[in-house]
Design a protein around this ligand. Structure first.
Ligand SMILES: CCCCCCCCCCCCCCCC(=O)SCCNC(=O)CCNC(=O)[C@H](O)C(C)(C)COP(=O)(O)OP(=O)(O)OC[C@H]1O[C@@H](n2cnc3c(N)ncnc32)[C@H](O)[C@@H]1OP(=O)(O)O
Ligand SMILES: NC(=O)C1=CN([C@@H]2O[C@H](COP(=O)(O)OP(=O)(O)OC[C@H]3O[C@@H](n4cnc5c(N)ncnc54)[C@H](OP(=O)(O)O)[C@@H]3O)[C@@H](O)[C@H]2O)C=CC1
Length: 515
């Protein structure tokens, strides 16, 4: 019997960010392994014209939750959506709901955040810092609370190259930042943002670091722990391999590569691709919840959920495996044949952007215009290149994260818990994982049917022929122009033609002799 699963039985759990990528997998695993838990409260806001109930219905009826329904048929009764907006004072939770949350909650998992790299500092502070502070305040009024688990990111201190499982101080106190956001206007905030974030690449990593300091300063007597995942990818094993439902991190780039939009990228091939499967992060998070509640460590423990120091894979290996997979299982209606060249300096990056990205987009848009359709490829390409420029920092640096607490926790688990809540990244086979990831992107993100693979392969063959034809035509045109203008080109041309002629004549003569 799993001790961790038993611990969560009969517990009331509060999850923020439960409609997000990580939150959904966390909920799924909790329900599947502890079907006798009392209730999971989730803080949800209405979105995209959907009510709370519609959002929850959609999640419960998704493929991700299929296995849950077998072990916990009354899952819909155990999930209690609470209308809340983390950007509002007291999260805009009704009095009755707040009362219930305060009096019943045993464990809090705080996953909600803005993960956008380009978020305005005010927005990022509100969600990643102020909301965390408010939630801690709420938690301090929960008499039955046993543990508060905060999800941060391994990149919150990405300005350092070696990162320990400790909270690093921020030059400006989070409280001062929170206060200043209340009275500074947007334009001044924009002006001071680069100074505040310093050598971090974006407001996301900066505010996640501030969020950690807030946890440290405001947790009082609470049992608190922080989990820091690196780049969270598709599921490795559970509930099934390859599940993913958003474009963040590598998923969007896998699509862009598989569809042949992205053909070269500025990346350091040997830099560590510190990916971590979402189910590994979730297993660790659940184990951390149990350990924090049961063992009540004296200080706030930080757990790195990273892969680089125990089982490294680099961007080159990852790129190769993505390509090998899309060769075997191609995506439908590719724009060009997939390719992934890594460039390492600005000049070659600009060159390949022009040749491999902008030029084909302009030609294709021209073709769309000619056929009476609306051009769209250049716009799409520019958006893609903007996205890549935001991710570039993370594919051109390597970090070392120490994982002592995570390893300690693994050793504390019973063999059964190590199996049920496996977060030992040493067991991960990267080639298999990446192949399943790409397949998952095809099935769950692009919603492509595997029956369409032969057609997709045919389409790639056609693209290859167009490519050869285009290159030959281009070569002939350039050559023709050169011959017309340059004596040297003409000489070379006549030399090549006469050489070929002589070679063929010699070959013919020798074969006649043999007969
Ligand atoms: C060979 C293989 C190599 C693989 C190589 C992998 C490298 C992978 C490095 C990851 C490194 C993360 C390391 C931090 C890990 C955390 O701790 S944070 C969690 C991760 N967070 C993120 O990834 C968020 C990044 N995304 C953003 O911040 C915003 O989407 C951006 C990039 C600023 C774009 O903002 P925007 O212009 O307002 O556009 P937005 O509405 O978000 O999306 C515009 C279009 O781009 C698409 N898009 C959005 N994100 C992406 C994406 N990642 N890729 C492609 N398209 C995207 C959208 O689908 C949308 O298309 P349409 O639906 O309009 O057709
Ligand atoms: N994905 C990754 O690569 C990594 C993620 N992390 C961390 O993991 C956690 C989860 O990330 P992930 O699941 O990927 O992110 P998602 O963007 O998928 O999910 C974010 C969640 O936060 C909720 N949320 C955002 N704003 C509000 C608001 N104002 N009120 C209520 N809820 C809100 C979203 O709700 P809604 O659905 O309504 O938008 C959603 O449920 C975050 O703390 C992130 O920093 C850390 C490292 C890497």
């Amino acid at each position: 019997m799993s001790m961790i699963a038993a611990f969560y039985s009969n517990k009331s759990i509060l999850i923020t960010g439960a409609t997000g990528f990580l939150g959904k997998v966390l909920m799924e695993k909790l329900f599947r392994t502890s079907p006798h838990l009392k209730v999971i409260y989730i803080l949800v806001r209405p979105k995209s014209g959907q009510t709370l109930q519609e959002r929850v219905f959609q999640i419960l009826n998704s493929k991700l939750f299929e296995r849950v329904k077998e072990v916990c048929p009354n899952v819909h009764e155990k999930i209690r959506p609470i209308s809340a907006d983390l950007n509002q004072r007291d999260f805009a939770i009704s009095k009755e709901d707040m009362q219930e949350l305060l009096s019943c909650t045993n464990i809090v998992f705080h996953c909600a955040a803005t993960v956008r790299f380009d978020a305005h500092l005010r927005e990022a502070v509100q969600l990643n810092v102020t909301a965390t502070q408010q939630l801690l305040l709420m938690a301090s009024e929960m008499p039955k609370l046993e543990a508060f688990i905060h999800i941060s990111t391994a990149f919150s201190n990405c300005n350092l190259s070696h990162i320990d499982e400790v909270i690093y101080p921020c030059p400006v106190e989070p409280r001062k930042i929170i206060d200043s956001m209340e009275w500074l206007d947007d334009s001044i905030i924009e002006e001071i943002t680069p100074k505040l974030i310093g050598d971090r690449p974006n407001t996301y990593t900066y505010t996640k670091a501030l969020g950690e300091v807030v946890v440290q300063q405001e947790s009082g007597n609470l049992n608190v722990a922080i989990v820091r995942p690196s780049i969270v990818g598709a599921t490795w094993q559970e509930p099934f391999p390859g599940w993913v439902d958003n474009l963040n991190g590598p998923s969007g780039l896998i699509i862009a590569t598989g569809k042949g939009f992205l053909r070269s990228i500025k990346a350091t091939p040997m830099a560590v691709a510190d990916l971590i499967p979402v189910d590994t992060v979730v297993n660790l998070t659940i184990a951390v919840g149990w350990y924090t509640a049961v063992h009540r460590p004296k200080s706030t423990l930080i757990y790195h959920s990273t892969s680089g120091n125990l089982n490294p894979c680099n961007w080159y290996e990852m790129g190769l495996q993505v390509l090998a997979t899309v060769e075997k299982i191609p995506f439908e209606s590719a724009f060009r044949r997939p390719n992934a060249d890594f460039t390492t300096n600005n000049f070659t990056t600009q060159y390949w952007n022009t040749v491999s990205h902008w030029a084909p987009a302009i030609i294709y848009d021209f073709y769309l215009r000619l056929t009476g359709r609306k051009p769209r490829m250049l716009k799409l390409m520019n958006r893609l290149l903007k996205t890549i420029s935001m991710l570039e920092y993370f594919i051109n640096h390597s970090w070392e994260w120490s994982t002592n607490n995570t390893e300690m926790l693994l050793s504390e688990l019973s063999p059964e818990d190590q199996r049920v809540f496996n977060f030992d990244v040493r067991q991960l086979n990267w080639l298999e994982y990446i192949e399943n990831y790409v397949l998952g992107v095809k099935k769950y993100l692009l919603k492509e049917d595997l029956a369409g693979i032969p057609k997709a392969k045919q389409h790639l063959k056609r693209l290859r022929n167009i490519h050869y034809l285009f290159n030959t035509a281009l070569f002939l045109i350039i050559w023709r122009l050169l011959i017309a203008r340059s004596q040297m080109a003409r000489n070379i041309w006549f030399f090549i033609v006469s050489f070929c002629y002589k070679f063929i004549s010699y070959f013919r003569a020798s074969s006649t002799l043999k007969v």
